[in-house]
Design a protein around this ligand. Structure first.
Ligand SMILES: NC(=O)c1ccc[n+]([C@@H]2O[C@H](COP(=O)([O-])OP(=O)(O)OC[C@H]3O[C@@H](n4cnc5c(N)ncnc54)[C@H](O)[C@@H]3O)[C@@H](O)[C@H]2O)c1
Length: 386
C-alpha cells in the first residue's frame, strides 16, 4: 500500500499534532506510505471548516458516523476526549477501517478490552497514541537495555509533573470530569509513564498507590481547548471528580522495582515527563523538557572519569535522527508524533500491527485500574486479579 487515506475526529490539541505529523511525514520520510488527509470531523461546523483549511484536510464534516462509513477512507484517527474513544473505535472497526486512537485507550479496562476484541475480530490494524516512546533519546534507552548494556535492571522511577491547574480559579474543563476523562493525572500523565515502563522494563506483577484531589470544586468553564481554558471566579462551580495527583509503587516481572508519580500540582514543572533507570552495569536518565538528551552512566568507565554523560540523540546512529538535521540540530515535541505516524504508516504498508497497539493500551489500562483498586481497597493489587 503506497498511501493510506485518513479520516480524523477532533481537531484541537491532539488533532493539530496529528495533522502536523501527517503533513510533515512525506517530506522527511519519503519512502514511507503516504498519509492522505481526506476528511476531518468536529462538532462545530465553523471550527472544523477553519481547521480543515488551516491544517490541509481535503474535506470536513460534523458527524463522525458519516466519516466512518466513507468508502474513500482507510483509517480513522480518534482525537476526541476519552469518553468518545470506544464508540468511535467500535464503529470504525465494524466498517473495516484501521484505527489510531489517542491515549488512554478508554475510560475503563472493560471498555479497552472490548475495543481490542473489536479490532482483532475485524482484522484491522490498530495503534494507541503513546507518543513519548518515539523520542530518539527514549529509543536509545530502550536500545541500551535490550543490548544488555545496563545489565540487570533494578529500578524504574518515573515522574510526570505539570502545573497548569494549580490556580483554584482554573475552570472545570473536561479533563477534570471523570465521566469524560476517566481519571485525572493518573490516566493522562501516569498512562504515559506506565507505557514507558512497559516499553523499557516490561510487565508489572503488583502495584500499590495513593492519590489526592487538592481542589475539590472549580468554576464552570466558558470555553476550553487543549490544556487551556477560560473561566471566571463569579461563575457557578462544579465538583472535580478526578485525581489531581496519583503516586504508586510497582514490582516488575523481571524483579525490578518501580515508583511512579503523576501530578498537575507541581509549580514550575510545565511538562516534566522523566524517568531514571538503574541497572547492574549503569543508569540512564531522561527528562522530556530536554528531550534530545539521554544521561548515561556506565559502571565500567575508568574510576577517574566516572559520572553521568550527556548523550545528544541527534546522530544518524540514533532512531529516526538521520531523517532530520545535521547532528546537534535538535527536534521537538511534534517530532514524537511524526515518528509515531511513521510507525503507523509503515506497519500498514507492511501488513503488520503497529506498536504500540490496542494490546498495549489494554495493558496500560490494567495497571491504571489496578492502582485505582489498590487505592480504594488500601492494599497491594496483583495485576492478574484484573
Ligand atoms: N498523546 C498525548 O500526549 C496526549 C496529549 C493530550 C491529549 N491526549 C488525548 O487525546 C484525546 C483528545 O485530547 P485533546 O487534548 O486533543 O482534547 P481537546 O479538547 O483539545 O480536543 C478535543 C476535540 O474533540 C472534538 N470532539 C469532542 N467530542 C466529539 C464528538 N462527539 N465528535 C467529534 N468531535 C468531537 C472537539 O471538538 C475537539 O476538536 C484525549 O483522549 C486525550 O487524553 C493525548
Amino acid at each position: 500500500m503506497e498511501q493510506v487515506r485518513l479520516g480524523m475526529i477532533g481537531y484541537k490539541f491532539m488533532g493539530k499534532a496529528h495533522s502536523h505529523a501527517y503533513r510533515d511525514l512525506p517530506m522527511f520520510f519519503p519512502k514511507t506510505a503516504k498519509p492522505v488527509m481526506k476528511a476531518i470531523c468536529g462538532r462545530d461546523a465553523q471550527g472544523v471548516q477553519q481547521a480543515a483549511k488551516q491544517f490541509g484536510w481535503e474535506s470536513w464534516n460534523t458527524d463522525w458516523r458519516e466519516l466512518v462509513q466513507r468508502d474513500d477512507i482507510d483509517l480513522i484517527d480518534i482525537n476526541a476526549p476519552s469518553d468518545a474513544h470506544k464508540e468511535i473505535a467500535l464503529a470504525a472497526a465494524a466498517a473495516g477501517k484501521h484505527v489510531f486512537c489517542e491515549k488512554p485507550l478508554a475510560l475503563t479496562l472493560a471498555d479497552s478490552r472490548e475495543m481490542l476484541q473489536a479490532v482483532e475480530v475485524a482484522g484491522v490494524k490498530h495503534m494507541v497514541g503513546f507518543n513519548y516512546r518515539f523520542a530518539p533519546a527514549v529509543q536509545l534507552a530502550k536500545k541500551l537495555i535490550t543490548e544488555g548494556r545496563l545489565g540487570q535492571i533494578y529500578h524504574f522511577r518515573a515522574w510526570f509533573l505539570q502545573d497548569w491547574i494549580v490556580d483554584p480559579a482554573f475552570p472545570l474543563v473536561w479533563r477534570l470530569q471523570k465521566e469524560i476523562a476517566g481519571s485525572g493525572s493518573h490516566g493522562d500523565l501516569g498512562a504515559h509513564l506506565i507505557d514507558l515502563a512497559h516499553f523499557l522494563v516490561g510487565g508489572m506483577t503488583e502495584v500499590i498507590g495513593m492519590n489526592e484531589t487538592f481542589i475539590k470544586e472549580r468554576p464552570l468553564p466558558s470555553s476550553m481547548t487543549g490544556l487551556s481554558a477560560k473561566g471566571s471566579n463569579d461563575a457557578p462551580k462544579g465538583p472535580v471528580t478526578v485525581d489531581d495527583a496519583t503516586l504508586f509503587m510497582a514490582r516488575f516481572e523481571s524483579g525490578a522495582l518501580g515508583s511512579f508519580e503523576a501530578t498537575r500540582f507541581a509549580p514550575g514543572h510545565r511538562c516534566t515527563n522523566a524517568f531514571e533507570i538503574n541497572g547492574s552495569k549503569g543508569s540512564v536518565k531522561f527528562d522530556f523538557e530536554r528531550m534530545n538528551e539521554l544521561q548515561v552512566y556506565f559502571t565500567d568507565d575508568a574510576d577517574d572519569v566516572q559520572g553521568f554523560r550527556r548523550v545528544l540523540a541527534t546522530d544518524p546512529s540514533h532512531a529516526y535522527a538521520d531523517a532530520w538535521w545535521p547532528p546537534g540540530h535538535t527536534i521537538g515535541y511534534e517530532h514524537t508524533f511524526i515518528h509515531e505516524t511513521v510507525e503507523l504508516m509503515q506497519a500498514i504498508a507492511e501488513g503488520r500491527q503497529p506498536v504500540p497497539n490496542f494490546a498495549d493500551g489494554v495493558k496500560c489500562q490494567q495497571v491504571l485500574e489496578a492502582v485505582d483498586w489498590s487505592i480504594e481497597q488500601r492494599r497491594w493489587v496483583r495485576i492478574e486479579e484484573l
